[in-house]
Design a protein around this ligand. Structure first.
Ligand code: RP5
Length: 175
């Protein structure tokens, strides 16, 4: 857990929105990462199709409500990230979620193929952890504490890989 003490400005929040509670198993990876990071975030279920008014309202008021970036997760005809992006100038990160029929390709194309002018930064299918990291990187542009936290995490990740390399190369290399 990394506590943030920022002088001269409140740290922005991350807004996670998913199209259905059935997306939660995917989103839990982002929630878990952000819980460890100490960055403030909210989680909501708003659908571009089933609750369009709430989705629009969230996007339109997000900046005034203290958000710095939005993560939007949806499956199938995944219009949520695009609809949110169309209603805010905050950066929107899209997570295409897998569904039973097309393995998430439907959601990937629906999320990533945005028209010029309304970008959605789309991560891999079910790529919730990278969405959370990217959201932190966006906030880190203006927050040195988050930048430090990300740098420390990368150092720890490298350490882990090198430790595994040591073990595996010792066991399997012939000389
Ligand atoms: C999308 O439709 C949701 O994001 C979800 O991935 C998918 C199916 O929703 P449910 O029928 O499970 O609520 O809008």
């Amino acid at each position: 857990m990394y506590p943030f003490f920022v002088c001269g400005g409140k740290v922005k929040k991350i807004g996670i929105v998913m199209g259905s509670d059935s997306d939660l198993p995917v989103i839990e990876k982002a929630i878990h990462y952000l819980q460890q990071s100490g960055v403030e975030f909210t989680v909501n279920v708003f659908s571009a199709h089933r609750t369009p008014d709430e989705a629009l309202s969230f996007a339109r008021h997000a900046k005034d409500n203290g958000y710095g970036v939005i993560i939007a997760a949806a499956g199938m005809a995944a219009h949520l990230a695009g609809v949110l992006a169309a209603n805010t100038v905050l950066p929107v990160i899209g997570i295409p979620c897998t569904s039973k029929t097309l393995d998430g390709m439907d959601a990937l194309l629906s999320t990533v193929q945005m028209p010029p002018g309304i970008p959605v930064a789309t991560v891999a299918i079910d790529g919730a952890k990278n969405a959370a990291i990217l959201a932190c990187q966006i906030l880190a542009v203006s927050d040195e504490h988050i930048a430090q936290m990300l740098t420390e995490q990368r150092r720890a990740d490298s350490h882990n890989v090198l430790a595994k390399n040591m073990t595996i190369s010792t066991i399997y290399s012939t000389k």
